[in-house]
Design a protein around this ligand. Structure first.
Ligand SMILES: NC(=O)c1ccc[n+]([C@@H]2O[C@H](COP(=O)([O-])OP(=O)(O)OC[C@H]3O[C@@H](n4cnc5c(N)ncnc54)[C@H](O)[C@@H]3O)[C@@H](O)[C@H]2O)c1
Ligand SMILES: O=C(O)C(=O)C[C@@H](O)[C@H](O)[C@H](O)COP(=O)(O)O
Ligand SMILES: [Zn+2]
Length: 362
């Protein structure tokens, strides 16, 4: 088992990574206020892992109920969030209850937001079961739902008490979802960890073949990068914005195509290509490093081009980005592989040209 800590003073919490950590009731018990939990999951994950988690909890006398959400990004909205509140209220869950998110990033973001707001805030635990959620969304306390006009527009920062990333759950994950998770793994290399980028280049076939040792290392190095950034800047006043590389373009793709058509990781992959292309056009990222970026994303089987929505539509959607400051669009761009920076006041004509250059031909 691998263990990391997100260092946030008295709100610090452990991330346990490894095969079988879902059954680590000792860690769960240590994170509970009282032996009562509500598990939030979805109708794909429940038949796979809910019974096992419930049995483990009951074996140590923890009372548990569950709320099962419909699967998918299209359901990351108010209506589904309300079903969590309905379940919690109907079951007379009080403020001493701990909520457990069992599933991918959609379940984690929604359960986390429910925990942040139910009776003004209850503790929660993340048990991520997709690669993307194990390397990114379960760590750091960003919780949210979507709005038709934009991604994650309504949410809160609310840190979990514990993250249990059981790598054995990845055996049931579809290939498309595994690749989507690798987009966020590549992101860490691009924004701050050039040695990790080199390692991914060397090991991408092992990752795609789901070699446990390679996946474990990728998850640990990703979480270590994220934990460090979150510890430095919990609420995105500065360096945390770098975790948004490719996301301003990517969120436009997700909203523009309709939530769930492009997976988050796929949209981020195409968005990172756009960000790298713009960085190259502006003279910051060398042609060689731009080519390496596109090549690695392509070898992963992720899209290296966005859908042809038209640059004007992209820019319209990107204007809703949460990094917009007093009406000024801000984008994360690359000076080099492993060296990212946030920029404002970029020429719109250059942004549009990069989008056009990185979209599918009509
Ligand atoms: N909070 C954050 O910091 C953060 C970071 C990155 C992404 N996100 C959000 O996370 C979401 C994407 O997360 P995701 O990629 O995990 O998608 P997801 O939650 O939709 O899960 C992907 C699919 O895999 C299924 N699934 C989950 N675990 C499985 C398993 N072990 N075996 C088989 N199927 C399984 C899910 O039911 C779903 O159909 C987006 O909404 C994105 O905005 C949040
Ligand atoms: O944790 C963060 O900070 C991130 O930006 C991680 C991203 O991968 C994630 O997709 C996040 O939800 C995007 O944040 P948002 O604030 O743009 O919604
Ligand atoms: Zn993301």
């Amino acid at each position: 088992m691998r263990k990391l800590t997100v260092a946030l003073g008295d709100r610090s919490y452990p991330i346990l990574i490894g095969e079988g950590v879902l059954d680590r009731t000792d860690a769960i018990l240590a994170a509970l206020k009282t032996p009562r939990v509500a598990i939030v999951t979805n109708d794909v994950v429940a038949p796979l892992y809910l019974g096992r988690l419930e049995a483990a909890l009951r074996s140590v006398d923890v009372a548990c109920d569950s709320v099962i959400l419909p699967d998918g990004e299209a359901h990351k909205n108010w209506q589904t969030l309300n079903t969590i509140f309905d379940g919690l209220l109907a079951g007379h869950f009080d403020r001493s209850t701990t909520l457990i998110a069992l599933g991918g990033g959609v379940v984690g973001d929604m359960a986390g937001f429910a925990a942040a707001t139910y009776q003004r805030g209850i503790p929660f635990i993340q048990i991520p079961t997709t690669l993307l959620s194990q390397v990114d969304s379960s760590v750091g306390g960003k919780t949210a739902i979507n709005h038709p006009l934009g991604k994650n527009m309504i949410g809160a920062f609310h840190q979990p008490r514990l993250v249990l990333a059981d790598t054995s759950t990845l055996t049931t994950l579809p290939d498309r979802e595994l690749k989507a998770g690798l987009a966020e793994v590549i992101k860490y290399g691009l924004i701050r960890d050039p040695a990790f980028f080199d390692w991914i280049e060397t090991n991408i076939e092992r990752l795609l073949a789901r070699e446990p040792q390679a996946l474990g290392e990728a998850i640990e190095r990703s979480c270590a990068n994220k934990a460090r950034i979150v510890s430095e800047d919990e609420t995105e006043r500065g360096v945390r914005a770098l975790l948004n590389l490719g996301h301003t373009f990517g969120h436009a793709i997700e909203a523009g195509m309709g939530f769930g058509v492009w997976l988050h990781g796929e949209a981020v992959a195409a968005g990172m290509v756009m960000a790298a292309c713009l960085s190259n056009r502006l003279g910051w990222l060398s042609a060689r490093q731009y080519e390496r970026t596109v090549a690695l994303i392509g070898r992963t089987g992720l899209p290296v081009r966005g859908p042809k929505l038209g640059a004007a539509r992209y820019l319209e959607l990107m204007a809703h980005d949460k990094k917009v400051d007093a009406g000024r669009l801000r984008l994360v761009l690359l000076r080099d592989i492993g060296d990212a920076e946030i920029f404002a006041d970029l020429p719109a004509v250059e942004i549009a040209a990069a989008i056009d250059a990185c979209c599918e031909p009509s």
